[in-house]
Design a protein around this ligand. Structure first.
Ligand SMILES: Nc1ncnc2c1ncn2[C@@H]1O[C@H](COP(=O)(O)OP(=O)(O)OP(=O)(O)O)[C@@H](O)[C@H]1O
Ligand SMILES: [Mg+2]
Length: 285
């Protein structure tokens, strides 16, 4: 490794003064990074996902909506490897990732946010960030170094710390870096969850009801961050029950009903779609 390569200062300068390093944004070139085809999953007698087929366009904030029990969370679990499908395929960046382990899928750049686990509540925000799983893709940010070469390991930790602070600042939670995760408000937790996910250096993020229990001002902040990241090229698939929020923020909406795609289109298409209204009404409202 040359002198220049091993100089953390050089890396730091490359970050510039932008709120977040865009060079660490997605590299994806696929027009539709996520493709789900004929996905099916049953639990005993219940078919939770019943042939779901859809794709998500690169750089969009796409909404995945549907009534309670439509199969949205199960679909997320199938995409991210938490569950194995009975049949069907999941393709990410033109690679078949069906049946891969969650960490393999995350390493490929497809991540979902996770609630802060109980054991992490006794650690600070900063410690939570330092413990977040790191991406192991290429040498873009975390140059892979051979263990045992002390100087290089320290350098890698410095780079990690640099990136951690950058992400904390981006989500405006750097001022609570020393706070215990267990003391955070619902909204601050969501910001930390997103920050941890971003640290894995993903191309695409799956968000399952990220605004639940978040107060309106933090919800607005979280949405602003999502839009900023989308503009940098990140792709989002968002499950959310608040129709107004979906309609105002997503450019494309996929409607899941009884485990399959009922319809999809722009928010305006979906809003006026009789089948969608019917699926949601289900007799009441
Ligand atoms: N592990 C499981 N075992 C048995 N049934 C399950 C399991 N997970 C989900 N289901 C069932 O599968 C169906 C789809 O559930 P899922 O959680 O995917 O729906 P959802 O669209 O996320 O709903 P919500 O909007 O309420 O979060 C439901 O009938 C649910 O009860
Ligand atoms: Mg759900």
């Amino acid at each position: 490794m040359s002198e220049t390569d091993s100089n953390p200062e050089t890396e730091t300068e490359a970050f510039g003064s932008a709120p977040i390093d865009t060079s660490s944004g997605p590299d994806t070139t696929a027009e539709f990074p996520l493709q789900v085809d004929g996905l099916r999953k049953s639990f005993g007698g219940i078919t939770a996902v019943d042939g779901a087929t859809f794709q998500v366009e690169s750089g969009t904030l796409t909404g995945l909506i549907g009534p309670n029990g439509a199969g949205k969370s199960t679909t997320f679990n199938l995409i991210t490897g938490m569950l194995k499908p009975d049949t069907g395929t999941v393709t990410f960046n033109d690679e078949d990732i069906t049946g891969m382990e969650p960490h393999e899928i995350a390493n490929k750049g497809l991540v979902r946010t996770f609630q802060i686990a109980r054991e992490l509540e006794d650690m600070t925000v900063l410690e939570n960030m330092m413990l977040a799983p790191k991406h192991q893709r290429g040498e873009k940010l975390w140059r892979s170094v051979l263990p045992g070469v002390r100087g290089e390991v320290i350098e890698q930790e410095e780079e990690l710390l640099e990136r951690v602070w950058e992400v904390l600042e981006f989500f405006e939670i750097d001022h609570i870096a020393e706070e215990y995760a267990g003391n955070l408000s619902g909204g601050q937790r969501k910001l930390l969850e997103m920050a941890r996910a971003l640290l894995t250096d993903p191309d695409m993020l799956l968000l399952d009801e990220p605004f639940a229990g978040v107060n309106p001002s933090l919800e607005k902040r979280l949405l602003t961050h999502i839009h900023e990241l989308r503009e940098q090229g990140y792709t989002f698939l968002l499950v959310e029950h608040d129709m107004d929020l979906i309609m105002e923020n997503c450019e494309h909406v996929i409607v899941l009903h009884q485990g399959r795609v009922l319809t999809e289109g722009t928010p305006a298409d979906i809003k006026s779609n009789e089948e969608v209204i019917e699926a949601y009404l289900g007799g009441n409202v």
